[in-house]
Design a protein around this ligand. Structure first.
Ligand SMILES: [Zn+2]
Length: 314
């Protein structure tokens, strides 16, 4: 099952609670996944279409629980979606009229329900509307493949309404057009986490949070390792250059030819090739600061460079 399908299944299984929220969710499901057919004689027929059996079941339950309406479910195979099943729920003209009147008391029954302003005023209903819209026209990519959730809507007014609700809920979303459809989408991890949690998909939200936590831990470890590795390489190659220079001097004229303070540090370097400059300074008697060691090393390198001896590579 895709991540999207799992999220829809989780949302569709949430208990039905307050009647205000049932109305809001049904309004979104109707606005975003139903069509209204005109049958003549002023009669209309509402038909819901979805690719998810759990969404169809939810619509069925909402209609029955909230308005005591029954529909006729149908399953058909749709080739344009790679042979996936499409589920349809059709209401009789009488039930369609009753539903449109209930969702839409001030509008003619042959018009899609208007976007209810009262939904915007209540947190519970805002969340229910967003959940209904997600069930109807939303999808979400598995977070391991990248953060993206989107709602594909047929008209701008609904897209603007959804965008406003998301903003009110603190979910930062963006809008765009794609092949004539309005798309409202979420691209950031924290926004997606908010969206899933707010709709009630806690299991999916936890999965996302685990992936995000593992991702940032992995990044931190990689950064720390790379940083240490780079520093070590730098230190090692500097120490290697010093050992080479000291060996060259030793072969050419012997370390005893060096001034006493340089000879001492050169011998220390030979016996401790992987110690930092601070480390070498601490081994000197009396101990020496980093810049003191650096200064002496520079002089040793200069002396080695001035030698005509053939280069020793290892
Ligand atoms: Zn409510």
């Amino acid at each position: 099952m895709s991540f999207s399908a799992a999220v829809k299944q989780e949302l569709a299984a949430l208990p039905l609670e307050k009647t205000c929220c049932m109305t809001a969710e049904l309004n979104a499901l109707t606005a975003c996944s139903a069509s209204l057919a005109l049958l003549g004689g002023g009669r209309t027929q509402v038909q819901y279409e979805t690719l998810s059996a759990s969404v169809l079941k939810r619509i069925f339950l909402l209609l029955r629980q909230r308005y005591q309406l029954q529909g006729q479910p149908r399953v058909s195979r749709v080739d344009r979606f790679g042979g996936m099943r499409q589920y349809r729920l059709r209401l009789s003209p009488e039930n369609s009229r009753a539903l449109m009147h209930a969702l839409n008391p001030d509008r003619a029954p042959d018009r899609m329900p208007s976007l209810p302003r009262r939904v915007m005023r209540r947190i519970c209903c805002r969340r229910a509307w967003i959940r209904g819209a997600f069930l109807a026209c939303g999808s979400v990519q598995h977070p391991q493949k990248g953060i993206r959730a989107e709602f594909v809507l047929t008209d701008g007014a609904r897209a603007a309404f959804l965008h406003r609700l998301l903003e009110q809920e603190g979910v930062s979303a963006l809008r765009t057009m794609r092949r004539g459809s309005e798309v409202v989408y979420v691209r950031r991890g924290d926004a997606l986490s908010n969206l899933l949690g707010m709709m009630g998909a806690s299991r999916a939200m936890l999965e996302l949070e685990n992936i995000r936590a593992a991702g940032s831990l992995h990044q931190a470890v990689t950064r720390a390792t790379n940083c240490d590795h780079a520093n070590m390489q730098k230190q090692l190659s500097a120490a290697q250059r010093q050992v080479q220079a000291i060996t060259r001097i030793s072969l050419a004229k012997g370390l005893t030819a060096l001034p006493k303070e340089l000879e001492a540090i050169a011998r220390l370097r030979l016996s401790h090739p992987d110690v930092s400059l601070e480390g070498l300074g601490a081994l000197c008697a009396p101990s020496l600061g980093k810049s003191g060691v650096q200064h002496r090393m520079r002089r040793i390198l200069e002396i080695a460079e001035a030698l005509e001896a053939p280069e020793i590579t290892e």
